[in-house]
Design a protein around this ligand. Structure first.
Ligand code: GGG
Length: 357
């Protein structure tokens, strides 16, 4: 059975890491005899906006809805398009319209990569951030009054629904229950954000009643970020609202040495719509065009996509391949963010060769 993948490189380094993501997928598809058909799209990026005055064509939903998955790079090119326009015109539309309400972001210290935290070794940092992905602080509810005057008022509402909160909590509890440590940490701020966050805590407490085997703790987001740095080994599954999850899933990988390796899965668990797989990192205008972006975040996202599509063995083969290349630690192969002198292509090619076997 052919599985159709929509490929959208997006902006900046998305265009550099995507070919390496595809190279690994093509190698693994050949090795495991998986029939993947890639179709490339030039929208959901700021170049498209420059030509058309919008990030995507009006029929983007129709064009993409029947794909088995979407493989995305990165979005944002603030010199051309303000960040909130590019993000709301592309990635956030995918997440919302395709009801990809889970954003699953593994955070793992990989072999060969030095954590900036003292004395941490692989195995010490190995947890998931489960980020609510369709509502919360990322809401389009609000407005401005008296714009441009001294009386200017700006309001943006946080939107949390019982449906939206319970479904992400259920996913996170299920994940925690499936893991050996069976531990779930909730990110809150119920001392300061006095309506939505105490309610979030109540929903966590209610859901925990269904999972007697899962031990649950919670931290206010400020001390939680400190504990990510001081005690990353405490965490197993961390569940968070949209904004808190976004922040934690950049900080977590930074504690593992580089955000360049971090993958993510934007999942519609029911399979009604395609899920979307993208590195956690953005378009990185500061290094775009230099050919030095780390492709592992894109490659690992491809592995998550394969697992989602039912190819666990192939997904594991990709992870084993990049772990082997990192363990070898040839500086001529590795990218500068992980102390190498290589390029996006040298690292991508070494991983693809390993995948091929
Ligand atoms: N590949 C991820 C990406 O391009 N991220 C850009 C960004 O700003 N994302 C914000 C978010 O994930 O909410």
């Amino acid at each position: 059975m052919t599985q159709r993948i929509a490929v959208i490189p997006g902006d900046g380094i998305g265009n550099e890491v995507m070919p390496e993501g595809l190279r690994a997928l093509e190698a693994v598809a050949k090795r495991f005899d998986i029939d993947l058909a890639f179709e490339h799209f030039d929208f959901a990026c700021c170049d498209y906006y420059a030509k058309h005055g919008k990030m995507m064509p009006d029929d983007w939903f129709e064009q993409l809805k029947d794909f088995d998955a979407i493989f995305y790079g990165a979005v944002g090119w603030p010199d051309t398009v303000p960040d909130h326009i590019s993000l709301w015109g592309s990635l956030l539309q995918f997440r919302r319209q395709f009801d990809q309400y889970i954003n699953l972001r593994p955070c793992k210290l990989l072999p060969g990569i030095k954590s900036p935290l003292a004395d941490r070794k692989p195995g010490d940092i190995d947890f998931y951030v489960v980020r609510e992905n369709t509502e919360g602080e990322y809401s389009s509810v609000g407005g401005k009054m008296f714009e441009g005057t001294k009386r200017e008022v700006v309001i943006q509402e946080t939107v949390m629904t019982r449906h939206g909160t319970d479904r992400v909590l259920k996913f996170a509890f299920d994940l925690a229950q499936s893991r050996p440590r069976k531990k779930l940490t909730s990110a809150t701020k119920s001392n300061g954000i006095a309506i939505t966050m105490p309610w979030w805590d109540e929903r966590v407490a209610a859901m925990s009643g269904n999972y007697p085997e899962v031990s649950v703790d919670k931290f206010h987001i400020d001390i939680l970020t400190a504990n990510f740095v001081m005690h990353p080994d405490w965490f197993d599954v961390v569940v968070a609202s949209n904004l808190f999850g976004d922040i934690l899933s950049d900080l977590g990988p930074a504690c593992t040495g580089t955000i360049g390796v971090a993958p993510s899965a934007n999942i519609n668990p029911e399979g009604t719509f395609p899920s979307l797989f993208e590195p956690v990192h953005g378009s990185a205008p500061d290094i775009a065009g230099k050919g030095i972006a780390n492709p592992i975040g894109q490659i690992w996202s491809g592995a998550m996509m394969l697992e989602h599509l039912g190819h666990k063995e192939a997904a594991d083969a990709i992870v084993a391949a990049f772990e082997a290349v990192l363990t070898e630690a040839d500086p001529a192969v590795l990218t500068p963010d992980i102390r190498g002198q290589g390029t996006t292509q040298t690292l991508g090619q070494a991983i693809a060769e390993r995948v091929a076997g």
